[in-house]
Write a protein that binds this ligand. Structure first.
Ligand SMILES: [Zn+2]
Length: 370
């Protein structure tokens, strides 16, 4: 991960780059910042920069042998420690899961991580993990100038683990660097904290999140601003809102296709749409039919010249045309069918037959003469 791939934190990046360029790299540092603010990706990009063999005054190169391995998180001199479950397990027991979650979502949170590896809500850093760290750092780096141990969520260390690591953090073996990455230093021991240099991350700026969202996703500036306002400095939260928004768009599109295909009875198209609906999870099928009911009710309101609330501009455009074929007396009948569908999905009906029957009902109701 390059610095440029990490959202915001321009001043801290400059400070880190400056330290590396001047050969003043502290042996043990604490990257402290709020959840979703990116302290973990920043720590990784810093370690990558330190070991890049073609680094510039701005960033790592991203293409040298070291960067290529760092990009995959597969560099033999890059180590991780993170909260886990099971007192006999070590970080290595969950390393492939950790690599996987970090590659798909470097802004991952502690809760997301725990959900991935266990049913337990809380994880811990146990003594076996401390021994693992000591052992790994006792070896010389394989190929890098520095081997780096990134310890994510050191708040979860129990006291024996923290004590076991004091000496290593105080004086990491030759050519090793330790980076602790934490959300809350109040949950850590003073003896640990007194041995590290702090890098305090400020809350992510709205402008930086806006720039990141609009360059990464196809979305309007207004939409991005809406998300950034809600996310309040938490980029992980912003990404989640984008996902939800994309899902909503997909649902809207599917619903409109279904209505059109049912109305026109285009068998080929209808078959495809029915297939897509019936492959959704049961929960999603239910929300899909509930969403269809919502749209019909909005259409009813529109035909009654009531004010239509809670629809997006896309939905409104669709409703403007759609309401012409949904005259008042047809709508209650369709809504009733949809409600029955929700009931049957809950009772494990055959999803495909259900969706196909509903399409026929929809066709009849929409085609019914006034
Ligand atoms: Zn490089």
């Amino acid at each position: 991960m390059k610095f440029s791939e990490v959202v915001g934190h321009h001043e801290i990046k400059q400070k880190l780059i400056h330290a590396v360029q001047n050969g003043r790299i502290p042996h043990a540092q604490l990257f402290l910042g709020q959840e979703g603010g990116g302290n973990l990706p920043l720590a990784i990009s810093y370690a990558q920069y330190i070991n890049c063999i073609q680094r510039t005054a701005e960033d790592s190169c991203g293409t040298c042998p070291s960067c290529v391995k760092y990009n995959q998180l597969q560099h033999p001199d890059l180590h991780f420690c993170f909260p886990i479950t099971g007192s006999d397990n070590t970080s290595d027991s969950f390393m492939s899961e950790f690599h996987e979650i970090m590659r798909t979502n470097p802004y991952t949170t502690y809760i997301e991580w725990m959900e991935k590896i266990s049913d337990a809500k809380a994880g811990v850093m146990n003594v076996a993990q401390a021994n693992e760290i000591v052992k790994k750092l006792s070896l010389k780096p394989y190929e890098a100038s520095y081997q780096v141990m990134i310890i994510w969520m050191p708040e979860t260390m129990n006291i024996p683990t923290a004590n076991k690591l004091l000496k290593t953090i105080e004086e990491p073996p030759n050519r090793s660097l330790i980076i602790l990455v934490a959300n809350n230093d109040e949950e850590m021991l003073n003896t640990t904290l007194s041995r590290v240099q702090y890098i305090k991350l400020k809350k992510l700026q709205d402008m930086d999140m806006l720039a990141a969202l609009t360059s990464k996703f196809e979305m309007s500036f207004d939409k991005a601003r809406e998300i950034v306002n809600v996310a309040d400095g938490n980029y992980r939260h912003a990404l989640r809102l984008v996902e939800m928004d994309e899902e909503e768009e997909d649902t809207t599109k599917l619903l409109q296709e279904w209505f059109r295909a049912s109305y026109a009875m285009e068998i080929g198209k209808l078959g495809q749409v029915v297939d897509t609906i019936s492959k959704l999870s049961r929960e999603k099928q239910k929300s899909f039919y509930e969403y269809a009911i919502h749209i019909f009710r909005q259409s009813l309101a529109m035909n009654n010249a009531e004010e239509v609330m809670r629809v997006t501009s896309n939905e409104r455009q669709f409703l403007d045309k759609f309401s012409a074929v949904t005259q008042n007396h047809k709508i209650p009948r369709v809504i009733e069918k949809m409600e029955k569908a929700v009931y049957f999905v809950d009772r494990n009906a055959n999803s495909k037959i259900l969706a196909m029957n509903l399409s026929m009902d929809l066709h009849e109701a929409l085609k019914l003469e006034n």
